[in-house]
Design a protein around this ligand. Sequence first.
Ligand code: CAA
Length: 300
Amino acid sequence: MQNITVIGAGTMGNGIAHVFAMKNFNVTIVDVSQPALDKAIQTITKNLDRQVSKNAISETDKINTLKNISTNTSIEQGAGSADLVIEAATENTELKLNIFKKLDEVCSSQTILASNTSSISITKIAAVTNRPDKIIGMHFMNPVPVMKLVEVIRGYSTSDIVTETIMNLSKQLNKNPVEVNDYPGFVANRILMPMINEAIYTLNEGVAGVEEIDTVMKLGMAHPMGPLQLADFIGLDVCLSILNVLHSGFGNPKYAPCPLLVNMVTAKNLGIKSGQGFYQYSSTSKELVVASRFNKKELI
Ligand code: CAA
């Protein structure tokens, strides 16, 4: 396994390309947008610079990592000779199914096709291809260069050999893979999203303000970020879409998204990416500038 193609140049795509390229794989990032590809290379360079400045890697490692990455706007050219494709496109079922149909046509029958989906069924993705045994979930966590977990999701038809290959490959990246089965939200988001949703209900009911809720979870439970800041970091639209998958997948009202979350997404307050979520962010950097516009008094 040497040639890795990553579909999608966004945050997850560039993080996945970064970690494979650091381990000397030939990485091609494919995206329909050339500006998005250029931005991905800039982001990877910035994150490598950060690692150099922390003495985590050398300047030579940085140069070699960047040499291992190329970009392409064509899926045929970018994925045609891949041994493994990891799809990290926008979390939209229709879009992902179309990408997998296309990959199934252009890739060798031996190529493993993985998805970084955070909640879409691997079995459903596999069903639109002619290689359901070679379709698997490879769910990285953000920021990919830092987070140790890869949630490896076995679809209904994923073979043992493909699962073993992806588990071993994840270990080669110095990650800790965990194998899970294909059920709504898998494990990570089945547990994380109800916690975030409950934090939003707690805010909505006026029990406490944004900073108070986040402080309780940071200082009381040693979470590196509070659940509301984490929701901003993940993207409120992504949180809502995952909760909708849990709600419809299990048919259980306990997963119903909080109406405040629905309103915020409708109002395009999506978190860091839109500059406004539970907190406000500067337009030039992702630094948190002001705590939330919500406080306990306003909401009671
Ligand atoms: N690339 C490379 N290195 C990075 C980086 C990046 N993108 N981002 C941070 N780092 C490094 C920093 O250089 C720093 O390194 P050292 O420890 O060597 O100094 C380290 O990571 C910590 O970073 P910072 O000091 O800048 O900031 P921090 O201590 O606040 O940590 C954080 C930042 C790692 C993001 C931390 O706040 C954290 O762990 N947050 C929670 C992350 C999380 O829960 N992720 C999962 C989200 S859910 C998901 O992704 C899946 C889904 O389906 C929704």
